[in-house]
Write a new protein. Structure first.
Length: 250
């Protein structure tokens, strides 16, 4: 069962499920699971359609930074069975494994403060800051509902990128893609869309909008390091540091 507060997102999920009902992606051990998956429009903090002690596993991927945890943890305590698990994970700002010298440039684009050269000021807050902070701001479940949970654990699969985090583990999330694909990924940033809405003049610059200029600067920096001109159809390895929170119902 999946939930989202947006009716549009729920409708999109239902359409995607219907379109993929014959796909192996919704099959488990040869059994088609599409008729056992349902989507409900609801905020995560109010799961009135679920009875007490009825849930074995709650998952939020790339969503927990938006929750009101003063309400989410009590609701999780209500619906989970004994020993039921909550798993929350988010990935943060991308890194280019082969090109560590470009990290500062990446952070300046995604988290900078200049209104004209960075999309940093255009993220919705405080959610983005919680994501960039690797979910450290999410409170311990037992601090919110004393005695309701056990085995609260934070895991950081962040490699060497954030050495200040406790016991960082090797990167788990990585993908090889073309530089063209990386450009497409950059264009999915919600902050970019907000930037362009507020600065429509940027769209018609002869050297391309802010995303085009940034992508070209990354490509130029990588080419300079390699000593050859990298083509857009060549591949690059992208990594995403990931934070995970696990806890069980007591």
């Amino acid at each position: 069962m999946g939930t989202d507060p947006s009716a549009g997102m729920v409708d999109a999920a239902r359409r995607a499920l219907a379109d993929s009902s014959s796909d192996a992606a919704v099959s488990v051990q040869g059994l088609n699971m599409s008729d056992r998956i349902t989507y409900v429009q609801s905020p995560a903090e109010r799961l009135a359609f679920l009875s007490e002690g009825s849930v074995d596993l709650m998952i939020a991927a790339q969503a927990g930074h938006w929750f009101d945890w003063s309400r989410m943890w009590p609701e999780a305590a209500r619906v989970l069975r004994k020993d039921g698990t909550v798993a929350i994970w988010n990935y943060s700002e991308l890194r280019l494994a082969k090109y560590p010298t470009l990290t500062t440039q990446l952070s300046q684009f995604f988290q900078g403060t200049d209104l004209l050269t960075s999309i940093g000021p255009y993220w919705q807050q405080p959610g983005r800051s919680i994501l960039d902070g690797h979910l450290v701001a999410i409170p311990d479940a037992n601090d919110v509902v004393p005695g309701a949970f056990k085995d609260f654990t934070r895991c950081y699969f962040t490699g060497a990128y954030y050495p200040h985090l406790p016991s960082p583990q090797p990167i788990l999330m990585r993908k090889r893609m073309t530089w063209d694909d990386l450009y497409g990924y950059l264009r999915t940033a919600s902050a970019l869309h907000t930037f362009l809405e507020q600065h429509p003049e940027d769209k018609v610059r002869p050297d391309g909008d802010i995303a085009v200029r940034f992508w070209k600067s990354l490509l130029s920096g990588a080419s300079a390091q390699d000593g050859v001109t990298i083509q857009a159809e060549e591949e690059v390895e992208v990594e995403w540091p990931l934070a995970l929170i696990l806890v069980k119902k007591a």
